[in-house]
Write a protein that binds this ligand. Structure first.
Ligand SMILES: [Cu+2]
Length: 174
C-alpha cells in the first residue's frame, strides 16, 4: 500500500512538471505588473475585466496633454462603468470620445467631447479605446515630459466605488 501511494505521488509530480513545462513561465511565478516590473504586453485582470495594450502616446515635446488607449474586455455578467480616472502625473484626466462635427460652412471636423456618464463596459463585450475614438485624456502634464517606455499609473474608479491602478506604457506613434 505504501509503495502504491508513493508511486501515485510521483506520477502526480510528473504531471505537474509537464503542465508547468507547457508555458515557459507558469502563471503563479509571474511578477505582478508594477512600476518596477512593467509589462503592458501582458493583460491585467481586475474583477472580471481584462485590460490589454494600455499605452499612452508620446506627445510632441512640451505638450501639456496626451492621450491614453487600452482595450477592455468585460468577462463578467454585469455591466461595469468607469466614472473617473486620475494620475499623479496629470492635473486632470478625462474620458473622451471623438465626434464628427459639421460647422456652418458644412466643413466636417473631429472634435473631442468628455463622456458625461463615464465609460460603459457592457457584459461579454470588448471596448477599445483607440486613436480617432474613445480615449483617456491626460491634461496639465507636469513640467517633466513623458519619455518612451516610461510607466504611468492611472487610477480607475468604477461606479460601484471599486478602484484599480492600471499601468500604461509610453509609446511613440499610436
Ligand atoms: Cu481628448
Amino acid at each position: 500500500m505504501k509503495e502504491k501511494c508513493t508511486k501515485w505521488l510521483w506520477s502526480g509530480a510528473v504531471l505537474i512538471f509537464v503542465m508547468t513545462g507547457l508555458s515557459s513561465t507558469p502563471l503563479w511565478a509571474r511578477e505582478p505588473v508594477s512600476r518596477e516590473n512593467p509589462d503592458p504586453e501582458r493583460p491585467e485582470y481586475f474583477a472580471h475585466l481584462v485590460f490589454e495594450e494600455a499605452r499612452i502616446v508620446l506627445p510632441v515635446a512640451f505638450a501639456r496633454s496626451a492621450a491614453g488607449y487600452v482595450t477592455i474586455t468585460n468577462q463578467g455578467l454585469e455591466a461595469r462603468r468607469i466614472v473617473a480616472v486620475d494620475s499623479p502625473l496629470a492635473r486632470q484626466v478625462e474620458l473622451h470620445n471623438m465626434d464628427i462635427v459639421t460647422d456652418q460652412s458644412d466643413n466636417e471636423y473631429m472634435q473631442m467631447r468628455p463622456l458625461a456618464d463615464g465609460l460603459l463596459l457592457p457584459p461579454a463585450e470588448t471596448v477599445t479605446l483607440e486613436p480617432g475614438g474613445l480615449h483617456i485624456m491626460l491634461m496639465g502634464l507636469d513640467g517633466e515630459s513623458l519619455s518612451i517606455d516610461q510607466v504611468v499609473p492611472l487610477t480607475l474608479t468604477f461606479a460601484d466605488g471599486a478602484v484599480f491602478e492600471l499601468f500604461f506604457r509610453v509609446r511613440s506613434g499610436s
